[in-house]
Design a protein around this ligand. Sequence first.
Ligand code: PEP
Length: 257
Amino acid sequence: MRKPFIAGNWKMNMGLKETASFFKELTALQANASGKVDAVICPPTVSLNAACSNSPASLRVKLGAQNVHYEDNGAYTGEVSTTMLKEVECEFAIVGHSERRQFFGETDAVINRKVIKCLADGIIPIVCVGELLDERKEGVHFDVVKLQVSDVLKDLTAQQVSGLVIAYEPVWAIGTGETASPEQAQEMHAFIRKELVGLFGDKTAGQIRLLYGGSMKPSNAEELLKKEDVDGGLIGGASLSPDSFTELITIAETISA
Ligand code: PEP
């Protein structure tokens, strides 16, 4: 049984004050959380410290970064290392988000280096894959995602990848209000799981959590999360409010009970 996973991607939202008040409110809302769901918030890099210092030990919500570099240090203006992330208690990092691919030119080869670095340094990557609208219209979405999965996980062993998290995010559903249907999400998740079986074997493929991302919110989460291979969500807009983030955790908890 895979533990449900709810991750919030704040993108370029929420400065220091907003982050501090979000975590204070979240701490109150999560006072009786069961811990049956892995819940993670990924603030902008500059707000990670505020998130860290406003997360009491009792808060079961963990921290993730939105990006990470594959080198330890050096002349990489604007980048952040795994060591720096660990200093602010980051346990996760989103790697290869479609916005990083689209606006910052990240390729599968770069994403692969980041995944390898995270795993070597004890940060769990939340690796994003997903097709563009045109690719779905052309009917090549399975080919696109298959290639992304094998390229971003290249040169890794079953043991290395068993703890990682993959987010299937159809690009046409991110921030658009348009969600993949539960059937479309399940179909692609089952396909990814089958690819993982081929690459790493049954046991490991059965351990990797597959998140759906793309306009997930409290009103549509239940039907998505009920699907067999949808183990959680990567959530943008609906993670910006402590209330809706808490609602999403509660929905995931109820389904897994
Ligand atoms: C995302 O940021 O990965 C995302 C899925 O955003 P949204 O939920 O706003 O579509």
